[in-house]
Design a protein around this ligand. Structure first.
Ligand code: ZN
Length: 209
């Protein structure tokens, strides 16, 4: 590892992937993606949320990391990774409708979680087929929201100018992932005709890079 880090210090970082996931302590990105130093540019926050550009959130850090990864590092893919038992999704489910409009009485955590409200709305939208895991439906509302949130945050990513431009040029791919903590199993989002399905990543499969 020492030699590898010395090489990376000399040559600089050239990660091929931006990996955006939750701050949850049970997620170990190097384990999930079988990656080492220099492989992933990582953004972690509560609920793996991507604020829409221009959202009055007072937080530019996610957008800045996206811009830097796409424009400067020229990553080839961005993965949004949600996970089972996400506390942020549980909190969102418990929130009252309209609560986000309550203004100054909000704590930073509640203000931040507003970026997940579109995921709640997406889940409640009957015209959209439910996201599901390979071979089964989500076990409960929390799991359904965890999956739906990945799909929704990918949509928020596409709204970022640098991402839209790179997608248009065909130099960037977006991926959705779900990590089931109890199963120690990663699932990759595939767009099936009947909705969004997260397929199991098997050991022999390559995690997108
Ligand atoms: Zn989480």
């Amino acid at each position: 590892m020492r030699a590898e880090l010395a090489r990376l210090a000399r040559e600089g970082q050239r990660p091929s992937q931006l990996f955006l996931t939750c701050a949850d302590s049970r997620l170990v990105t190097s384990m999930i993606t079988a990656s080492g130093p220099g492989d992933l540019f990582v953004v972690r926050n509560v609920g793996n949320l991507v604020p829409l550009p221009g959202a009055e959130s007072g937080d530019d850090s996610v957008a800045a990391a996206i811009e830097y990864a796409v424009e400067v590092l020229q990553v080839r893919s961005i993965t949004v990774c949600g996970h089972s038992g996400c506390g942020a999704m549980q909190a969102l489910l418990r929130s009252e409708p309209g609560e986000e409009a309550a203004g100054e009485t909000q704590t930073p955590l509640r203000r931040w979680l507003r970026h997940g409200v579109p995921s709640l709305e997406r889940m409640a939208d009957d015209s959209r087929p439910w996201a599901r895991l390979a071979g089964r439906h989500p076990t409960d509302a929390v799991e359904l929201l965890c999956l739906t949130n990945v799909v929704q945050q990918l949509e928020h990513l596409r709204a970022h100018e640098s991402v839209a431009r790179a997608l248009e040029a065909g130099v960037l791919e977006l991926h959705g992932m779900y990590f089931h903590v109890g199963e120690a199993q990663a699932y990759l989002l595939t767009e099936a005709k009947e909705g969004q399905v997260f397929d199991q990543v098997r050991e022999e499969d390559d995690v997108p890079a």
